[in-house]
Structure formats: C-alpha cells, structure tokens
Ligand binder design. Structure first.
Ligand SMILES: [Ca+2]
Ligand SMILES: [Ca+2]
Length: 419
C-alpha cells in the first residue's frame, strides 16, 4: 500500500518536471515551412510555400510574421483547430496576411482586407494554445522578395441614388454603382447585405471596361425586377464591393442603399372579361366598355390619365388629349383592326376614388386593389373594307410590356352602321 503511494507521487513529480512523457504529447510538433524565400507576384515561380504542423490536442492556432521592427502580421489569428488525425496540418501560404497600412499611407473610401508582405526578412511564428492555456510556439525565418505589392484600390466607389424603388414604375427604378479599380483583378463582386447577414448579389451589365481589367466599372442595378424576380425586401442595406488580385490581396468598399416599394408589378384585366355596350354602333354613336383592373402584386401600379369615363372621338388618340405615354405607367387601351396607331385610346386604371397620389403627383392603384374602368369611343369615321372589325382591350405597361395575358382581351366584332 505504501509503495503504491510512493509510485504515484513519483509519477506526479515526473509529470510536473517534464510535462511530457506522462502520456501527454507536445501540443505542437512537426512544424516546418517548405521554403525560406518566396516571390509572391503570381508568376507561378516560388509564389507559394506550404506550412506544416501537427496538433496533438485541440488548440487555437496563430501563424504570424514579425518584421525587423517587431511589427506583427497575422496569417492566422487564434483559429480553433481539432487535433491532427493521421497527417499533420498543411496550409498554403502565398505571402498574403491580414490587411495592414504602411506608415504614412492613407486610403480613402476602401479598406485593405488582405495584403501581401513587403519585401524583407521576417521571423515566422507558429503558435498553439490549448484549453488549459498552455502555449507552444516554433519560429524560423522567411524572406519575401519581388512581391507584387500594388493594391487593387477601389477608388470613387459610389451608389446612386441612395434610395430607390425597383418596381418598374419608371421612377427611381434603378441604382448605379460605380467604381474605379486601379489594378487588374482576379475577381470582384458587389452585393447587398442586411443586419442578419443575408447577401443579395448585384449582377452588373458590362460597360466599357472588360470585367476584370483596371478602370471604371459601372453597374446598372434593377434589383432583378426586370427579369421578373422579386427584389430584396424593402429596407436599408450595406452595399459591399470586394476585389481580389492574382496575388490574393483583397480590398473592400462599402456604401448604403435603401429599397422602398420594391417588387414586381402585376396587373390584370379581371377574368379577362370586357363588357362591351354593343356589337353594332351607328356611325356617330359611342361604343362603351367596362372592365375591372386588378393589382395582383405587392407594389402599387402607376397609371396616368385620362380618367375612366372619358369618351374619345375615333379620330383622336391619347396624344391629342395630351395624355402622353409615361414609361412605367399602366393604362387600359382599346385597339381596333383599323386603328392607325397602336392602342390609340387609353385610360387610367382607376378613378380618383381608386387611386392614390405620391408627393410628386404620380397616380397609383394600391397593392391588392381593384378598380372598375369604363370609357367610350365615338365612331366618326370607318373603313369600308374592314366593317365589321375586331376591337379589343389590353392592359398596357407603357415602355415595358403588354404581357400575353393582358393582350387583346375579350374582342368584340364591331359593325359600324352607316346610313
Ligand atoms: Ca513568383
Ligand atoms: Ca420605381
């Protein structure tokens, strides 16, 4: 019994004295750098080395470099790792560390996220700290030469306007994102991100400068609405631009953008039904129609005059009433086969009791609402060769489209009765 106690005490002492040798392996072992010198300039010649280390217990691992002035540059900073299993850990190192700023340097409007080390000789440190707070480290020397230190600077990053409404109503539907990239890059991207971290990538139509080349780049951003996709939810976003060069340096610029009244507008002639007043109209008399427009979307539908109830003479059109086309406005149009222009007679998709007005006086049929639209055409002329003829109604999204479902709805075979 007494001997056993002595043995236990001896073992405990031994452990205290040596730390290792009691079945506990060193925290960190087999640490090496595959090269003592690299030239990080993306010419595929000694651009990269491999850092090897074995971790025998879970630990937080840091790999950093100290220059001759003692300044520290992190490649890995307190990254948690499980123990190595069969093989040691191996990581590629291409001379790129967390972003830093040199003395006297100042960058406006963007930050340097990852940056190549400047030419020189550094002390490398591989360091691990386990859960008990035990730290072990290995060090060596690394020379950096011929580093391509030019940064993919993001100058003049801007988003305009700061608030936009991607809903195809022709008013503030698009935002323009501009940037001057000062170096050819491997890749770049722009995305919107919210506080929860969701990302919405911006697709940029290419302008004068090829995508990855240095120069001015401009994105015309419609939030996807032109393709019929729902935009990001209404709200204020951080717009992030990131660029990475061939060496692996990253730059980042941010701005903000607010989306309001975003959404894909969808309007329909309810049930595809048009009520016509007659199939035969005496010359000089009026053909009336009645239909219901439904806003089946989450955004208001913009419209413009003339109001429902307006009666056109057949030789007039919306322009003679000075109710010109407005890009993004919805209007009900009537077209007959002998009409000299496309849908010459047009009406707003609701009356004063149906529509709401914004600060600038634009008219909208609110989301989810319906409105009855009536109107008439007094036929003061006719084409002998086309009598009778078909007339029909369409719901026109001016300068955008007439969707198939809203085109030539519920025709009437109309005869103009001539005395
Ligand atoms: Ca090289
Ligand atoms: Ca808009």
């Amino acid at each position: 019994m007494r001997r056993q106690y002595i043995l236990v005490i001896w073992l405990a002492l031994g452990c205290l004295l040596t730390l290792v040798g009691c079945g506990e392996k060193p925290l960190l072992s087999d640490v090496s750098f595959s090269a003592e010198r690299i030239t990080p300039n993306a010419d595929r010649d000694t651009d990269v080395l491999i850092i090897t280390y074995r971790l025998n217990r879970s630990a937080r691992v840091s790999i950093y470099f100290e220059d001759q002035g003692g300044r520290r540059y992190y490649f890995r900073n307190q990254v948690h790792h499980a123990p190595s299993v069969d093989e040691p850990y191996q990581v590629y190192f291409a001379g790129v560390v967390d972003g830093y700023i040199l003395p006297g340097e100042q960058f406006e409007g963007f930050s340097v996220e990852k940056r190549v080390l400047q030419d020189g000789t550094y002390t490398w440190v591989v360091e691990a700290t386990d859960a008990k707070g035990v730290t072990e480290r290995f060090t060596g020397l690394l020379t950096i030469a011929q580093a391509d230190t030019a940064l993919p600077e993001l100058r003049g990053f801007s988003v305009y306007p700061p608030v936009f409404s991607p809903n195809r109503d022709g008013i503030a539907d698009r935002a323009t994102i501009n940037v001057d990239i000062k170096k050819d890059v491997e890749e770049w991207s722009v995305y919107l991100t919210d506080e929860a971290g969701a990302r919405y990538y911006v697709e940029c139509a290419e302008m004068a400068t090829p995508r990855n080349e240095a120069g001015w780049h401009s994105c015309d951003y419609d939030a996807g609405v032109d393709r019929g996709a729902d935009p990001p939810p209404n709200g204020t976003y951080t717009v992030v631009m990131e660029a990475r060069d061939a060496v692996g340096q990253w730059t980042r610029a941010t701005s903000t953008l607010t989306i309001e009244h975003g959404g894909v507008p969808r309007g329909y002639i309810l049930n595809g039904e048009v009520e016509w007043s007659a199939g035969t109209v005496p010359l000089g008399e009026t053909l009336y129609f009645t239909l219901t427009v439904e806003n089946d979307s989450v955004v208001p539908l913009r419209t413009s005059g003339p109001p429902p109830g307006t009666v056109y003479r057949s030789d007039q059109n919306y322009a003679t009433l000075k109710e010109y086309e407005q890009s993004g406005a919805f209007r009900v149009g009537i077209h007959c086969e002998t009409s000299p222009t496309d849908h010459p007679w047009r009406w707003a998709i609701g009356g004063p009791e149906d529509l709401v007005t914004d600060e600038e006086g634009h008219l909208y049929l609110p989301a989810g609402k319906r409105a009855v639209v009536t109107g008439g055409i007094r036929f003061v002329d006719y084409v002998k060769a086309r009598n009778p003829q078909y007339c029909y109604a369409s719901l026109i999204h001016e300068d955008v489209e007439i969707s198939m479902v809203n085109y030539r709805v519920d025709p009437v075979f109309l005869k103009i009765q001539v005395p």
